[in-house]
Design a protein around this ligand. Structure first.
Ligand SMILES: Nc1ncnc2c1ncn2[C@@H]1O[C@H](COP(=O)(O)OP(=O)(O)OP(=O)(O)O)[C@@H](O)[C@H]1O
Ligand SMILES: [Mg+2]
Length: 249
């Protein structure tokens, strides 16, 4: 049974790091905002029982570009998920916000079905140690195949010219995984979450610098090609019980 909808060509972006407070929800909501501004109906799938992404969406004005939100945490992991059958036709991106302290098997399943994985990491000694362990587990234990899923790191809440940023960049430069963006510690992220918007929807004079720092994340994701898609077990598609007359293709 699929955890994520897996229509061909659907870009499935999982934002993951079991360390709490590293910026998963901030990045997931900014991605949803970005794709909604591109004129599609992105799907924001909240797997976190805390429901922060769904609260963000509830705050979002109906006058803003629409986002299809799914409170996936309400469903038991083994149930047929009826929401899988209702991916809007115009949706090209599924963004998955994940909880802190996610368990190994769930991590494995999510990554197996993702085609892009974003790992936010904070610049603090504890977060760097945690990230080192987590990334080692991903590669060694979960045996994430870097040819099957693109993995990128976002350094988050950084402060220029600090020792912790230097430590973080030194750690990240030693990995096989690219650092796709460095986001500064900025009140704009806090304000945007409070209003149900992304940084790109803030007034230009206010959001310019943070918006610029987010662009490499969008560009990196835009480089993904459906042809890079790994072949999922076809029975997974058959598992989805579609309402009469609808098609995933
Ligand atoms: N670049 C940033 N600058 C300033 N504050 C930030 C930034 N990124 C995130 N935050 C703030 O840090 C806090 C934690 O961020 P967020 O909720 O996105 O993390 P999370 O990984 O989803 O947390 P959890 O593991 O609890 O789900 C929030 O208050 C958020 O507004
Ligand atoms: Mg969160």
């Amino acid at each position: 049974m699929s955890l994520l909808p897996n229509r061909h060509g659907l870009q499935r972006i999982v934002v993951l790091n079991p360390k709490g407070g590293c910026g998963k929800t901030s990045i997931a909501t900014n991605l949803a905002s970005y794709y909604s501004l591109q004129g599609e109906m992105p799907m924001l799938l909240d797997c976190d029982p805390q429901g922060a992404s769904m609260r963000w969406l509830e705050k979002r004005s109906r006058l803003r570009a629409p986002i299809h939100g799914i409170a996936a945490y309400r469903n038991s992991l083994n149930m047929t998920r009826s929401w899988q059958q209702r991916v809007p036709r115009e949706t090209r991106h599924v963004i998955v916000d994940t909880p802190a302290a996610l368990e190994g098997p769930q991590i494995h399943d999510l990554i197996y079905e993702a085609n892009n994985l974003i790992i936010p990491v904070l610049a603090s000694p504890i977060d760097i140690r945690f990230a080192a362990r987590f990334i080692a587990e991903l590669l060694l234990v979960a045996q994430v195949d870097l040819r099957a899923v693109r993995v990128g790191i976002v350094a988050n809440r950084t402060r220029r010219n600090t020792k912790s940023l230097r430590q973080l960049m030194r750690f990240l430069s030693g990995l096989k995984i690219p650092v796709i963006a460095v986001l500064r510690d900025s009140q704009n992220f806090v304000n945007a979450v409070g209003e149900g918007i992304g940084i790109a929807e803030l007034p230009t004079y206010q959001g310019r610098e943070d918006n610029r720092s987010l662009q490499p994340v969008f560009s990196w994701l835009d480089q993904w090609q459906p042809s890079q898609e790994k072949l999922l077990n076809p029975t997974k598609i058959d598992d989805l019980r579609l309402p009469h007359g609808t098609s995933l293709h």
